[in-house]
Design a protein around this ligand. Structure first.
Ligand code: NAD
Length: 314
């Protein structure tokens, strides 16, 4: 039985990852200070092989028992969170990543860090392959997240090259599914909350900006495949089917049977115009590709999360 550490394991993606790792027969140590996560996300993981440690990884931390694999997911991830706590976002991406890489080094464990499509910023290349270096505004409000993730990637490669740590980097594109927070500010939870209450759906700008949405089960499968591979270079994991935000709003209305009107609001600063992963590398190296399309993923999200959770009334 392998032992896996998941930092950020009580968050949206981390909790799904903990669940999958347990299902595959691993022991799982979830390290999470509940800054943006919640115990409710892991309450169902009642298993003697699962433990939650309430640790802030910005400070040095140690785990005594042997560890085989470290999945580093702790970081504020939604704009509402990283704009609220910009300094913690920079610290968790720098000190937090440093301490977690140190943990992996001491235990000679495989280390996988959750990076993001935001390292591409407002991309000038479309779709985005891993070889594209990005177009990021370091001093804009979003810079705290984008640059923390870019620094995290640089630190990960330095630990690999200089210290011999067995590292992997996954660049995650917008992912959705049950356990998203109703008010985390991201497009799908916001649109679902509004649609399920028949309230106006707020689309930023004219809704022509695009995003590509990956269902959480597809993402987790790709992440585990990358961790189990021997690859060190970044790998995009996301669904290449691209939608405008207006199309997304219309699809959410259709799937939820809502009567919500669509209204338009001001575009946030540095909001990327396009976002679409080039997943050639994931296909070739991991044999991975997504299988759940948007309508199906939205249906599953509504069925599994339930109306109360999605509207934030529970
Ligand atoms: P989330 O906010 O639900 O989860 C993040 C978790 O990290 C939370 O449980 C939070 O409590 C924990 N955390 C934050 N700071 C911490 C600290 N200092 N010490 C210990 N724990 C801390 O976000 P998510 O959407 O699940 O994202 C998880 C990871 O995936 C993040 O690193 C994020 O950047 C990355 N990512 C997510 C997406 C997406 O679409 N959800 C896209 C790209 C990248």
């Amino acid at each position: 039985m392998a032992t896996c550490v998941v930092t950020g394991g009580a968050g949206f993606l981390g909790s799904h990852l903990c669940e999958e790792l347990l299902a595959r027969g691993n022991r799982v140590i979830c390290v999470d200070n509940l800054e943006t996560g919640t115990l409710a996300n892991i309450a169902h993981l009642r298993d003697p092989r699962f433990v939650h440690l309430n640790i802030d990884i910005i400070e040095p931390y140690f785990i005594e028992e042997p560890i085989d694999c470290v999945y580093h997911f702790a970081s504020p991830a939604s704009p509402i969170d990283y704009l609220r706590i910009p300094l913690q976002t920079l610290k968790v991406g720098s000190y937090g990543t440093h301490h977690t890489l140190g943990l992996a080094k001491r235990h000679r464990a495989r280390f996988l860090t959750a990076s993001t499509s935001e390292v591409y910023g407002d991309p000038q290349v479309h779709p985005q392959p891993e070889s594209y270096w990005g177009h990021v505004n370091p001093i804009g409000p979003r810079g705290v997240y984008d640059e923390a993730k870019r620094f995290g990637e640089a630190l990960t490669m330095a630990y690999h090259r200089q210290q011999g740590v067995d590292t992997a980097i996954v660049r995650i594109f917008n992912t959705y599914g049950p356990r998203m927070r109703a008010r985390d500010g991201r497009a799908i939870p916001t649109f679902l909350r509004q649609a399920l209450q028949d309230q106006p759906i707020t689309v930023f700008g004219d809704g022509s900006q695009t995003r590509s949405f990956c269902y959480v089960e597809d993402l987790v499968r790709g992440i585990v495949a990358l961790a189990e591979s021997g690859h060190h270079d970044p790998v995009n994991i996301g669904n290449p089917n691209e939608f405008t935000l207006l199309e997304l709003a219309q699809t959410v209305i259709e799937v939820s049977g809502s009567s919500s009107p669509i209204v338009f609001e001001e575009l946030p600063v540095d909001d990327p115009q396009v976002r679409q992963p080039d997943i050639t590398r994931a296909r070739e190296l991991l044999g991975w590709e997504p299988t759940v399309e948007l309508r199906e993923g939205l249906r599953r999200t509504i069925a599994q999360a339930g109306r109360d959770a999605l509207t934030g009334t529970r």
